[in-house]
Design a protein around this ligand. Structure first.
Ligand code: PMT
Length: 308
């Protein structure tokens, strides 16, 4: 009998430009690893589950991609190359610093007739500091952006990328911070057109999505370093479920977080320890980000893994 994940991939559509995206990933990883730079695939943002083939309605989740986008910047600073597999329209590294601003409000409108613009002095320092880091990442070919929207697009890309990156073994770090749906409707069961409200109340049956951590660790990239995330809303469940995930999938680290406190507190769970990391009140008010600590913890463990 085919494994559940094989059935999932057979029953969902391959994304547009799939081969092109994988070629870019392969080329990017090969060049960086050849230059001695470890590569991290970050997944970020939420996945959608369409309810119709010509999609008007879909199920979604809360994730905006803060964890992934912020972590990408700290990984780049730690000398990693980053493949940023993210939900289209979710937060992106560097751009995230201006998410609440209208770009037109950043520009000085006094020299408008000269066509060349400058940034308003009120924002110049912030733009310069972010732009400098962004330019370094771009010009040194350390950042590759890849997008998905639906759950199926995400999982097809994850599988394709993991199979390619798996060949580079321990030098690759998987950092699975996307919020992935556990339920979906196979393509063959999707209504083609918009569901009509005139037909009354809607009953939908969703199928379980197989946990892709299993084939990722066992088959696609068994020699690489994998970090998964565990999201819970009930604190008592967090560590037991993180431990259970390590036992089930046999990967290296689970980063546990609780929905409401995820920006200031996480727990790093491995086979041998659980380490709670919490920002102090002073750190929070000085703008410290918890991803700075998460990346220090993860890169340290990944370096030891590579050294073995
Ligand atoms: O984006 P933000 O708003 O900053 O929020 C960040 C976050 C809370 C989304 C992030 O920190 C996080 O916890 N991401 C994982 C959310 C999630 O999918 O948790 P889970 O408990 O449902 O899944 C656990 C792990 O299994 C995940 O690493 C996921 O990649 C993996 N998974 C999930 C479903 C599935 N079918 N196959 C999987 O392999």
């Amino acid at each position: 009998m085919a494994s559940e994940w094989v059935t999932f991939f057979k029953s969902t559509k391959i994304p547009d430009n799939f081969d092109d995206q994988l070629l870019k990933i392969k080329d990017f990883a090969a060049k960086n690893i050849e230059n001695g730079v470890p590569v991290c695939l970050i997944t970020s943002g939420g996945t959608t589950v369409p309810l119709e083939s010509h999609t008007v309605r879909y199920l979604d989740n809360f994730s905006v991609g803060t964890r992934g986008a912020t972590s990408a910047e700290y990984l780049l600073s730690a000398d990693y190359a980053v493949i940023f597999l993210h939900r289209r329209g979710s937060l992106e590294p560097f751009r995230r610093h201006f998410q609440h601003l209208n770009i037109l409000d950043l520009l000085d409108d006094s020299p408008i007739l000269n066509v060349s613009f400058s940034v308003k002095s009120t924002h110049a320092e912030q733009v310069a500091s972010v732009l400098k880091k962004y330019s370094v990442a771009k010009s040194s070919n350390r950042l590759l952006m890849t997008e998905f929207t639906t759950l199926a697009e995400y999982l097809h890309l994850l599988k394709g990328a993991a199979r390619i990156l798996g060949d580079f073994g321990p030098k690759v770090l998987f950092y699975l911070a996307a919020a992935v749906s556990d339920f979906y409707i196979p393509s063959s069961q999707l209504p083609e057109h918009k569901i009509q409200s005139s037909e009354g109340a809607l009953n939908i049956q969703l199928q379980m999505v197989p946990k892709m951590l299993r084939p990722l660790v066992a088959e696609w990239a068994p020699r690489s370093f994998t970090v998964s995330f565990k999201l819970e809303t009930d604190e008592k469940l967090l560590i037991p479920k993180a431990k259970q995930a390590l036992k089930n999938y046999n990967h290296q680290v689970v980063v546990g977080n609780i929905l409401e406190t995820r920006k200031k507190q996480i727990v790093i769970v491995t086979q041998s320890e659980d380490k709670c990391v919490r920002l102090s009140e002073e750190e929070i008010s000085s703008g410290k980000e918890i991803e700075d600590y998460i990346i220090q913890e993860i890169t340290h463990r990944h370096q030891m893994f590579m050294a073995k």
